[in-house]
Design a protein around this ligand. Structure first.
Ligand code: CTP
Length: 399
């Protein structure tokens, strides 16, 4: 995902500096060209050699460090202006204070000054230090000047203190970088609403009617839209998945709750993708107490739920794109194309349930994208890749 991207990690002297080796390694595995600048104090916690082995690039500690390649370049300028994203983590109170006040007295602070790319700063220190009004003032000033602050997490701190100030998990730091550079921000300024997962229709306080949806397709769509710079609202039924970073999550249980949340979010949406497996029927009544078994069989009276996609299609505004999914066990293309018309959608992503590597629970999918301009059969690919193909297609639609 980071092929051709140059990422600069600025590591300052906090205990969490050692965690940045993992961040560097994760970025390298995503094919980024990773460069590291450390403060001298950071070397108390991790060596420059660790980063050099992991990144295969020289680590800079001093503004006057040179390599043969630097004969014509000034390292702090070529690094500061030549990367796609800078992450300063852990950012100590000292480094935050210096950057906020334009002080550039070491390699890290001089490299940040000329930079034009997104600069992410993750404060990491003892909770009392973090609460210090001067530190808070410096952080507020950095925000004002467009630096992007990654909030530290809460927990047990190395100093023995319990509270806010921990460096977030390495995966989160990598995600923060991916959000800025993994994809061209071609959905910037657009509001994308995605529905995901199953719905749960209660029968009594204990039992529900649900389905096998894992939510993986919807969560991948939300992530892809966030990577492309959209404002994303994810309306999700119960799943075990972590919501993607930078996405507003609305949790629901029933089809009716999903209808309420999706239709309300759709009022401002430019694109709505209904990837959820919404129940078509719900129990006609919900028992207050547990339904006790009796001799013989039983049947449950069901009533229809609202068809959310149909309702979105009816209320569609000019320029708004409505995309649905279709799961079929037979006549996939014929039945899916009929849904495009019936629900006034702009695209239906037809999803076979009978092919291996497609459908519920798995990380891959095999989709056919059906629009009024024709159909496009996608090969098996990850749900994230498939999501990007869906947004590529949506951006080509003339609605
Ligand atoms: N959908 C919806 N509201 C419902 C049921 C489905 O918005 N009450 C949406 C799904 O999220 C999906 C699309 O409609 O985007 C098609 O869902 P699918 O279950 O394949 O088809 P249905 O329209 O429910 O028709 P059928 O069950 O008869 O195949």
């Amino acid at each position: 995902m980071l092929e051709g991207k140059k990422i600069l990690l600025g590591v300052s002297g906090g205990i969490a500096a050692y965690k940045m080796a993992n961040v560097a390694s994760m970025l390298v595995k995503l094919h980024a060209d990773v460069h590291v600048v450390m403060t001298k104090n950071a070397t108390h916690f991790i060596t420059a050699q660790t980063f050099e082995v992991l990144t295969k690039n020289k680590v800079y500690l001093d503004t006057f460090d040179e390599t043969p390649d630097d004969k014509v370049h000034v390292p702090h300028i070529s690094l500061g202006t030549g990367v796609d994203c800078i992450l300063i983590a852990p950012a100590t109170a000292n480094v935050i204070g210096k950057i906020a006040n334009g002080i550039a007295d070491d390699m890290l602070t001089t490299t940040v000054l000329p930079a034009r790319c997104p600069i992410l700063i993750c404060p990491s220190m003892n909770g009392y230090m973090l609460e210090n009004p001067i530190v808070q003032d410096n952080i507020a000033k950095l925000k004002r000047f467009g630096y992007q602050i990654i909030e530290p997490s809460e927990g047990y701190l190395a100093c023995g203190y319990e509270g806010k100030g921990k460096l977030p998990k390495e995966e989160i730091l990598v995600e923060e970088i991916l959000l800025r550079v993994a994809h061209e921000h071609d959905l910037e300024g657009r509001h994308v609403v995605v529905s995901a997962g199953p719905t749960e229709e209660p029968l009594d306080p204990i039992r529900v009617i649900t389905n096998h949806s894992s939510g993986k397709m919807g969560y991948a769509l939300a992530k892809a839209a966030a990577y492309r710079g959209a404002k994303v609202t994810l309306v999700s039924g119960p799943t075990s998945l972590e919501p993607p970073l930078g996405v507003e999550l609305k949790k629901i249980h029933t089809a009716e709750e999903m209808y309420q949340q999706v239709t309300s979010a759709a009022e401002t949406a430019d694109i709505v993708v209904m990837a959820a497996a919404v129940a078509d029927y719900t129990p006609a009544t919900v028992a207050d107490q547990k339904i006790k078994k009796k001799d013989g069989d039983m049947s449950i009276p069901l009533k229809r739920t609202k068809d959310i996609l149909l309702s979105l299609g009816e209320k569609k505004r000019p320029g708004q794109v409505i995309c649905g999914f279709s799961m079929e066990t037979e006549k996939l293309l014929e039945n899916s194309a009929a849904k495009l018309e019936k629900k006034n959608a702009d695209m239906i992503c037809a999803n076979s349930l009978t092919q291996e590597g497609a459908g519920y629970q798995v990380d891959t999918n095999i989709l056919t994208l059906i629009t009024r301009d024709g159909t496009e059969q996608l090969p098996m690919m990850s749900k994230l890749e498939a999501s990007h193909r869906i947004f590529d297609k949506i951006l080509q639609l003339n609605v």
